[in-house]
Design a protein around this ligand. Structure first.
Ligand code: KIV
Length: 271
């Protein structure tokens, strides 16, 4: 007898129900098929194909260089692996800031060519027209406020954002605007916990925090950071759940030494 174990896909409605029930949402990044398989099977609710791929996959200093074509390549690989998680894909820098028509065209490419389930973009009131236009095409949109890495050269540092009253007030206004436009959730990056709580309490839609404290509806981390693959990156907000750098370093050194010693392959490993 075969048991049909059909997996139920997380949707934006599931996430809203989780928020309504006070159930926390777990989100992680992934950029390739093999990693996404593990992330999905482990029960992660949202997989973000973040433009942090520019840093951790391509080795760039910022998220700015990654292109729409490259994001689509990463996203398509993740979508092929994800059976349960909602796959959200970042619109990369330069693919939506020009005008709302360009923003919609970029979002459509991600949905069509990668098979993504939703897109995420950075910014508030200033990108309202683009958010609206994408939403009218039936594409779910996630906002991203606080530390917005695509604007790094405007701010100059990756320090905590919205500590001052004026910036905090703007962030609250932006969050309400994104909700009013119809976003299904908002990432809050690196802002004071007290502000994240205020914003989360003021919204009906879920907030997902990274360096924004415990009061958000859910949390997100970059997979390389939480698995300890990004050696030396230890910001205060990051909980490192494994030290894969050491595990991989040990395994690779072992292999190199076995090959050099003529110990690999042995007779059992040959034809
Ligand atoms: O690109 C990314 O990984 C992100 C997360 C840090 C939220 O946007």
């Amino acid at each position: 007898m075969s048991v049909n174990k059909e997996v139920k896909r997380i949707t934006v409605h599931t996430l809203q129900e989780m928020k309504n029930r006070g159930e926390k949402i777990a989100m992680l990044t992934a950029y390739d098929y093999s990693m996404a398989l593990i992330v999905d099977n482990a029960g992660t609710d949202i997989i973000l194909v973040g433009d942090s791929a520019s840093n951790v996959m391509a080795g760039h200093e910022t998220t700015l260089p990654i292109t729409l074509d490259q994001m689509i390549y990463h996203a398509a690989s993740v979508v092929r692996a994800a059976k349960r998680a909602l796959v959200v894909v970042d619109l990369p820098f330069g693919s939506y800031q020009g005008n709302s028509k360009e923003a919609l065209a970029s979002a459509i490419r991600i949905m069509k060519e990668a098979g993504a389930h939703a897109i995420k973009l950075e910014g508030g009131v200033e990108i309202a027209e683009s958010v609206s236009r994408i939403l009218t095409a039936g594409i779910p949109v996630m906002g991203h406020l606080g530390l917005t890495p695509q604007s790094i050269y405007k701010f100059g540092t990756y320090t905590v954002r919205a500590k001052e009253e004026a910036e905090a007030a703007k962030l609250k206004e932006d969050a309400l605007k994104l909700q009013e436009l119809g976003c299904f959730g908002i990432v809050l990056e690196k802002i004071p916990s007290k502000l994240a709580k205020e914003v989360s309490d003021s919204l009906n839609i879920p907030t997902i925090g990274i360096g924004a404290g415990q009061h958000c509806s859910g949390q997100v981390l970059v997979i390389h950071d939480m698995l300890g693959l990004n050696k030396g990156f230890k910001p205060r907000f990051l909980r490192q759940y494994a030290d894969l750098y050491s595990v991989m370093d040990g395994a690779i050194k072992h292999y190199v030494s076995d090959v050099r010693a003529g110990d690999f392959p042995n007779e059992k490993e040959e034809y």
